[in-house]
Ligand binder design. Structure first.
Ligand code: ATP
Length: 267
């Protein structure tokens, strides 16, 4: 399914996403099942053209969810960064945008993911002037290109939904808005557990307990990833410090004390 090196099925699984269970249900409903069972959708006359906008603070898993959705539905994934399209020569931005939608159609089923989509859909009459307005219009044309959009599902992500033109948020365009919030105490434990899938965390470490600590208050998913990396580094450095003589199972895992050290460093 790989084409032109731009699209592929990501290897992010739902297990890699911590918390956000409600989002998972919604995506099952609005995208994954529709890609898996297209005949049923036709039979029941369910409208397939629906974009979803994920909004919320940075580093909380918007990109990660979009990748997991593609993986889960075995769809190709095209990642477009809004500002990259915007910062082109006059006329080139619209051309690029059209090309992304065309590419998505050629490798359907496909998730077309627009990161920082506010850069492409800024309110009319706002900062940016004509360039931004032309781009917005092109974006609307593409989103409305129903019929030809079979198998292309658009997901947008933004930290600033309030600067987006309301026309983009109508049904059939980004008709569904999902808020991806900063994780709470319980979610932080789930995220740490998801991140621990790829790390040798000692089985005595209670990640739920670490997530509930006051020191973790306000940390995003991306911050928790940094915490996990710091803890892994601390464990590795300790192993090296102790030298080759300690090359046993005991020194090969990340322990509670390493998380303590990492937390001090990060917060
Ligand atoms: P931005 O607005 O900055 O683009 P984002 O919401 O798209 O942020 P991601 O890029 O998905 O955030 O998250 C950055 C990294 O943080 C991810 O690659 C992942 O490692 C980690 N992360 C964030 N949220 C979660 C989560 N809910 N579960 C597991 N890991 C997470």
């Amino acid at each position: 399914l790989k084409r032109e090196g731009f699209s592929k099925i990501p290897d992010v699984k739902w297990e890699d996403v911590g918390g956000l269970d409600l989002h998972r249900e919604k995506f099952d409903r609005y995208i994954i099942n529709r890609i898996k069972y297209p005949e049923d959708c036709v039979k029941f006359g369910v409208d397939l053209d629906m974009g979803i906008l994920l909004y919320g603070p940075p580093g909380c898993g918007k990109t990660l969810i979009a990748e997991a959705v593609a993986n889960e539905s075995r769809a190709n994934f095209i990642h477009v960064k809004g500002p990259e399209i915007l910062n082109k020569y006059v006329g080139q931005s619209e051309e690029d945008l059209r090309a992304k939608f065309n590419l998505a159609r050629t490798c359907a089923p496909c998730i077309l993911f627009f990161d920082e989509v506010d850069a492409l859909t800024t309110k009319r009459g706002n900062e940016g002037g004509q360039v931004v307005e032309r781009l917005l219009n092109q974006f609307l044309v593409e989103l409305d290109g129903a019929g030809q959009r079979q198998g292309v599902f658009v997901i947008g992500a933004t930290n600033r939904p309030e600067v987006m033109d309301p026309a983009v948020l109508r049904p059939g365009r980004f008709g569904k808005l999902l808020y991806v919030r900063l994780p709470g105490r319980v979610d932080r434990g789930s995220i740490l557990k998801a991140l621990a899938r790829k790390k040798p965390v000692d089985e005595d470490v209670d990640l739920n307990d670490i997530g509930r600590r006051d020191a973790c208050e306000g940390l995003s998913g991306a911050d928790l990833k940094a915490l996990m990396n710091e803890a892994a580094m601390a464990a590795l450095e300790e192993k090296w410090r102790l030298g080759s003589g300690s090359d046993d199972m005991e020194s090969d895992t990340i322990k509670e004390r390493h998380f303590d050290q990492a937390l001090k460093k990060i917060t």
